[in-house]
Design a protein around this ligand. Structure first.
Ligand code: RB5
Length: 147
């Protein structure tokens, strides 16, 4: 199950991604916002991130104007690795190396054609484990080292 959400600055790209997910047989849940309904990006980022941490969703896709706000906010939720991506290679690496459960996109930065290629690359990639898992474990250990 893929959780998808955006603020008002990402709602058009969210609809395009939902169409792609539908056409390609992916199961998803849309957490909002809807067209013409303003939403602060930390709120939608928290909702989707918590859905991933709880196991309600396996992966998440977050969109705002730049992708920056939702990525900063989602990474504040313990257990989350959210990757802000603007290219296909990074989307693949975000899964293979970083085991990111969420990717973050910017509607004002990345056009719909590239955005769909990014989503496809991310969803079709698998975490490689091994030395990459050791590094992911070190990222997560940072949560226990907070002052
Ligand atoms: C909203 O206007 C805008 O600030 C937001 O979508 C995003 O770009 C923040 O990072």
């Amino acid at each position: 199950m893929i959780g998808i959400g955006s603020d008002h600055g990402g709602v058009t790209l969210k609809e395009a991604i939902k169409e792609f997910l539908n056409q390609n047989g992916y199961e998803f849940k849309d957490y909002g916002t809807q067209k013409d309904v303003p939403m602060d990006y930390p709120d939608i980022a928290e909702t989707v991130a918590r859905a991933v941490v709880s196991g309600e969703c396996d992966k998440g896709i977050l969109i705002c104007g730049t992708g920056i706000g939702v990525s900063i906010a989602a990474n504040k939720i313990d257990g989350i690795r959210a990757a802000h991506v603007t290219d296909v290679f990074s989307a693949k690496m975000a899964k293979e190396h970083n085991d990111a459960q969420i990717i973050c996109l910017g509607e004002r930065i990345t056009g719909p054609g590239l955005a769909l290629e990014i989503v496809k690359a991310y969803l079709e990639s698998e975490h490689l484990g091994g030395r990459h898992q050791r590094r992911v474990d070190k990222i997560m250990a940072l949560e226990r080292k907070r002052d």
